[in-house]
Design a protein around this ligand. Sequence first.
Ligand code: AMP
Ligand code: ZN
Ligand code: FE
Ligand code: FE
Length: 274
Amino acid sequence: MPADLHVHSNLSDGTHTPEELVELAKEAGLTAIALTDHDGVGGIERAQNKGAAIGLEVVAGIEFTTEVPKAEVHILGYFIDFKSPKLLETIKNIQEDRVNRIYRIVEKLKALGVEITPQDVFEISGKAAPGRPHVARALIKKGIVPDFRSAFYKYLDFRAPAYVSHYKLTPGEAVKLIKEIKGIPVFAHPQISACDDLIPDLLADGLKGIEVYYPGYGPGTIAHYKQLAKKYGLLLTGGSDYHGLDSGREVRLGDITLSDGLFKKLKDEHLRGN
Ligand code: AMP
Ligand code: ZN
Ligand code: FE
Ligand code: FE
């Protein structure tokens, strides 16, 4: 049975608890999920405990948001040592800046005549690291915009007027950190970043895989990335990037999966001492 290797919990910007995700995966007939919260690992132990109790493998994962001048790039890490002090220190720095950034976004919104408070956003993000999706939900809740799409289009998108950047690693730094903590670094949803030209440098840093199966990727896209994977000797991965059903996305857990054979290749790479 297949594995969904790209899943977010409410410890980042998903809507389900780690335990709920494991239950949903079991119900969907999956054998494994990877919990890949953005810049965070707080849900892994909880998901693994639940997985051990009901018989579902939970791969320790993370999804780093990284940046180069021309694009935002997401780097997935699989089978990471999620207790590594170096990892936890890096995450702490990123998360602190995410909190500060909410104040800066709220200031920009205020200048645009939109009145929400940082508190409105923190009420929604709860214990999670706050991000733009939480701001979007606050804007919807206040009746300022009707839906996610308009929240991003009008205010929050990269080129929209209330966009604020936050402290990030570069893709190369993320790849090296994941290697250092015994994980397998993977280029996430490469079509969104549209910078295949970064791959040779990332290979030198230790990149091992590329996310070829992803929502919305048609046969042409999959063929393109499979061919790149072959050229560079990269492993293939895939997943749904599930964030929950009322998260503003339509994909369900397990909609996109990785076959047993390809999952085994990833695991073998991990067992070889990665
Ligand atoms: P942040 O990490 O706070 O910058 O927020 C990034 C997250 O916002 C992404 O992971 C997506 O879930 C969401 N997002 C980014 N752009 C859009 C968009 N145009 N429409 C809906 N959600 C978006
Ligand atoms: Zn997300
Ligand atoms: Fe992503
Ligand atoms: Fe994701």
